[in-house]
Design a binder for this molecule. Structure first.
Ligand SMILES: C[S@@+](CC[C@H](N)C(=O)[O-])C[C@H]1O[C@@H](n2cnc3c(N)ncnc32)[C@H](O)[C@@H]1O
Length: 290
């Protein structure tokens, strides 16, 4: 899309080095506070020395009532925001909260450990930490998003993560949305976010922020209960088979773009179905839970 980093190209090129702003994390996680009491949180794609996820959870540890915070770093051990991933060893940190009463995570309160390997979230060392976690919260590499989500599902973890909205059209991911195993969080304003990055920003002057790239189509995805998913949709039309033809090969129906975008936060199906089959007149368009 013009004016934005092209995420498809970024995925292919494995351009995964863009970093989440604290304000975006705060805006989203304020809706989830009740979930964190007594829980172990894992941020597993986060260099703790630069990650705002680590910052958020370590500074809000007591307020959230956390049990433990684990943060793992991929490859690079240098204190450099734009990691080159040029070290084969990585570190992970654990934090059990403030001990000296100053309400700040001091270096002596943070346990530093070295991985034998490179800190890849798929490695056995990282999987052991994943098993310990109750809730995983991060912005994972978009180029590995499918694998990342598959692992969370395999280990039945609760999570709040950032991803590309195009994920919902993926054949592995879509069933998770359809079956109410994953849903959208509160999201970035206007479906786009600004992230710290070394990549060239092609946003228009009005949208450009120094040292950042504008990424369109970013969403929060979660499987934690949030109020938003229980809010009623405002219905304004009744189902009819002509306006909402059904797909032959998928148990879903087509919603015209304008209605989809304005009224429904639903996956984007780019083409109407070629042929209608098995439409169900009982269904009301807006009652679909895609
Ligand atoms: C989109 S960035 C987000 C970084 C950080 N979570 C944040 O939000 O600021 C994704 C991060 O995942 C790291 N990464 C890439 N491949 C990884 C892997 N296989 N295992 C763990 N982390 C990985 C990248 O180095 C990058 O720092």
């Amino acid at each position: 899309m013009a004016g934005n980093i092209n995420l498809h190209a970024a995925n292919k090129a494995k351009k995964d080095e863009f970093y989440t702003q604290l304000v975006d994390i705060e805006n989203e996680l304020r809706h989830y506070k009740v979930h964190f009491k007594g829980k172990t949180v894992l941020c597993n794609c986060d260099d703790p020395r630069v990650s705002n996820f680590f910052h958020y959870f370590s500074y809000n540890f007591e307020q959230l009532g956390l049990k433990k915070l684990i943060t793992t770093c991929y490859k690079n051990q240098n204190r450099d925001l734009f990691s080159q991933n040029d070290s084969e060893r990585a570190i992970w940190l654990e934090y059990f909260g403030d001990r000296n009463g100053n309400r700040v995570p001091d270096p002596e309160e943070i346990g530093i450990h070295y991985f034998k390997g490179d800190g890849d979230f798929r490695s056995q060392e990282c999987i052991e930490l994943l098993k310990e976690a109750d809730i995983v919260v991060t912005n994972p590499p978009f180029s590995l998003f499918r694998e990342y989500v598959a692992q969370l599902m395999e280990f039945e973890k609760k999570f709040v993560i950032i991803g590309n909205q195009n994920a919902v059209t993926n054949k592995d991911f879509f069933p998770l949305i359809r079956d109410n195993k994953i849903w959208l969080g509160y999201d970035f304003k206007g479906g786009a976010g600004h992230f710290y990055s070394k990549y060239e920003d092609v946003a228009t002057a009005g949208d450009h922020r120094e040292g950042m790239i504008r990424v369109s189509g970013v969403n929060w995805f979660t499987n934690l209960e949030i109020q938003k998913r229980h809010e009623d949709l405002i219905l304004f039309k009744t189902y009819n088979a002509d306006d909402y033809p059904k797909y032959d090969n998928y148990d879903a129906m087509y919603l015209p773009v304008r209605q989809r975008r304005l009224r429904f936060q639903l996956p984007l199906f780019p083409q109407p179905p070629a042929r209608r089959a098995g439409t169900n007149p009982q269904l009301r368009a807006a009652n679909l839970h895609l």
